[in-house]
Design a protein around this ligand. Structure first.
Ligand code: ZN
Length: 404
């Protein structure tokens, strides 16, 4: 099957190609041109109608949406979530697990590994798993269930994550941890030996501790600067370390609730866009509107786009990644920069850039087609146009000027 996407602008790694055209053969990008193809070169011509064709979004931190919570979801719910995410421009994601017991982890690992190897029709691709904890700092718990937090004394304490068969079953494995907990550095060593993407998060590590984690291969920080010790002029800590080291990537929740826009502006003045990824950190209540929901063993209240648990803390977001992109556009970030943060940077963090994350010859045909304001027209996964998107989720924080 050969498909041509044309009559729009193509967002390439080194700039936008106006009036460009992309030829897809099967699952892969075969050719990119600055002039239209002739219709006879393909079985189907897809009209971009003056919009942008950009790399599909990749969400490396998501807990659920539309009433589906990954901690308790069954296989059919996970398939439904993948299809929902495809409607929102996402072509690949990492289901993200909060701390639980070994049985809970193993159950989800089983289910996810099955779906990774059996692609979901019309659904976003499950790339692997992100474990947010359980090896994190109780003083920076945020909304994570602290009763399941662990320290690391021997491999047995991390048995589900260190199992030799896991790499084959789950190709991408990411863990957010606090290096300063007991055994934290030894855990990083064990995870690096198993090709994990190790991220610092829910942590108040000192600058020196972060340096030791980096010496072992750590290069990423999760939902910066949420659930980290704040910046202090005499204790620079993980906050200052993340900003100072140009080889460290970070991700952030651009929902207008988790991080003040002025802080995002400050971060952007220090970090290169190529070091910053967008995540949703969406919880199951995303897309359901205001109300009270049972999430991770407690009641979480959602009002005007803000989540709050029983302890008064933020408990994840209720946005989709496409809304984060539109928020950034409203804040004056350029379309190409916002798209980079939603596709190529996350692909690079996961070390899957060789086959996805940008529009280049030979890569998978994973696209999102959107207008200049970030409104999605369709998503394409593996060369197949999967959906014309519906409207925004009802309980997301309003994007100025977009709804009323
Ligand atoms: Zn999270």
């Amino acid at each position: 099957m050969r498909r041509i996407f044309q009559n729009g602008s193509i967002v390439l790694p080194d700039g936008v190609l106006p009036e460009g055209a992309v030829l897809v053969e099967g699952h892969h990008i075969r050719d990119i041109r600055s002039t239209p193809f002739s219709a006879s070169e393909a079985d189907e011509v897809i009209d971009l109608d003056g919009r942008f064709l950009a790399p599909g979004f990749i969400d490396i931190h998501i807990h659920g949406s539309m009433g589906i919570d990954l901690m308790v979801a069954d296989e059919s719910e996970l398939i439904a979530l993948s299809r929902h995410l495809a409607h929102r421009g996402i072509t690949g994601y990492l289901p993200t697990l909060v701390p639980t017991d070994d049985r809970g982890f193993l159950k989800t690992i089983d289910m996810v590994s099955h779906l990774i190897h059996e692609p979901i029709d019309d659904g976003a691709r499950i790339l692997g798993l992100h474990f947010e904890g359980p090896f994190v700092n109780p003083d920076r718990a945020g909304a994570l269930p602290a009763r399941y937090f662990r320290t690391f004394a021997s491999d047995e304490d991390a048995a589900p994550f260190l199992a030799p068969s896991l790499a084959e079953r789950v190709p991408v494995r990411m863990m957010t941890l606090a290096p300063e907990i007991e055994g934290g550095l030894a855990l990083i060593e064990a995870l690096m030996a198993r090709q994990y993407v190790v991220a610092i998060g829910h942590s108040q590590a000192s600058f020196e501790m972060c340096e030791r984690a980096a010496a072992l291969g750590t290069r990423h920080v999760t939902h910066f600067p949420n659930a980290l010790a704040p910046l202090h002029h005499r204790h620079v800590g993980v906050f200052g370390w993340t900003l100072l080291r140009s080889d460290i990537t970070l991700d952030l929740i651009a929902d207008g609730v988790h991080v003040d826009w002025r802080m995002i502006e400050l971060i952007r003045r220090v970090k290169a866009t190529t070091q910053m990824a967008l995540i949703s950190d969406a919880i199951m209540a995303t897309g359901l509107g205001d109300g009270e929901y049972e999430v991770w063993g407690e009641t979480i209240r959602v009002r005007h786009g803000r989540t709050q648990n029983e302890r008064g803390r933020l408990a994840g977001s209720v946005i989709n990644l496409d809304e984060a992109v539109r928020h950034l556009l409203r804040q004056g970030v350029s379309l190409t920069e916002a798209l980079l943060m939603a596709s190529r940077v996350p692909a690079r963090i996961l070390r899957i850039e060789r086959w996805t994350g940008s529009i280049e010859k030979g890569k998978r045909a994973d696209f999102v087609c959107l207008d200049g304001e970030g409104r999605i027209a369709f998503t394409c996964i593996d060369g197949r146009v999967v959906h014309v998107a519906d409207r925004s989720a009802p309980n997301a924080p309003p994007i100025e000027g977009e709804r009323e």
